[in-house]
Ligand binder design. Structure first.
Ligand SMILES: Cc1cc2nc3c(=O)[nH]c(=O)nc-3n(C[C@H](O)[C@H](O)[C@H](O)COP(=O)(O)O)c2cc1C
Length: 208
């Protein structure tokens, strides 16, 4: 049964929240403009940050060649560390997918956190969740679908992802920012196959 909100959306922002859904097959030949990518990156930047540490870094992969190259460099480790992803990997050919990490999204935002300071590490995953949701709602409000990607959280996949970022982003101050922890990523684009939003459990309880 697809999701159907219990209330109607009173404005476009809330409609975008209701309409956001995970996309697992993007149309790779539908790129995003530089302006749109900048707007979505800014959505991440505008997100709340625990204790206002602002320890999240956002790496932008622009273009199917880059999202695929990145995806293929981590896929073997994701399969080793997250066996539940094997089903999606097995249907890659049938779905005409190049990579199951970003599902051929033309743009991906990969987040890392500054992990040198142990006491601040615990705030990173919440912060990257907020950044991800901001990007995804921003994308939906502009007519794009998205996918939040957390399957690279295993040690080997994380290492492979960070290695890719180090090799391809020399502008990042790797020395100054110190050790990086791979966090969530978000792929954005136009869906190749339109699917409904999955059913959401009734989980709202009013205190009396
Ligand atoms: C933290 C987090 C990590 C996720 N990681 C992945 C992932 O690696 N691959 C994937 O296909 N979907 C991933 N998802 C998407 C969820 O599977 C999806 O949100 C869930 O099935 C609900 O569907 P909806 O987003 O369409 O409402 C992730 C979602 C979250 C919140």
């Amino acid at each position: 049964m697809p999701y159907s909100p219990a209330v109607s959306a009173p404005n476009h922002t809330i409609q975008a929240i209701f309409d956001r859904k995970s996309c697992r097959s993007f149309n790779p030949s539908h790129p995003l403009s530089k302006e749109t990518i900048d707007v979505l990156a800014e959505c991440a930047k505008a997100s709340p940050s625990a204790c206002n540490y602002q320890n999240i870094n956002v790496f932008v992969l622009n273009g199917i060649d880059k999202t695929t190259e990145f995806g293929l460099s981590v896929e073997p480790y994701v399969l080793e560390e997250k066996p539940f992803m094997r089903g999606i990997a097995a249907s890659k050919d049938k779905m005409g997918l190049k990579s199951f990490i970003f599902y051929d999204a033309p743009v991906a935002f990969v987040m890392t956190g500054n992990a040198r300071d142990e006491s601040k590490i615990r705030t990173l995953s919440a912060d990257s969740g907020h950044c991800s949701q901001s990007i995804m709602i921003g994308a939906k409000s502009l007519g794009y679908d998205s996918i939040c990607v957390g399957c690279m959280s295993g040690p080997k996949a994380s290492e492979a992802a960070l290695k890719y970022l180090k090799e391809h982003c020399p502008d990042f101050p790797w020395e100054d920012k110190g050790k990086q922890k791979l966090l969530l990523s978000v792929g954005v684009g136009i869906p190749k196959i339109e699917k409904g939003k999955p059913f959401k459990k009734d989980n709202i309880y009013h205190i009396k």
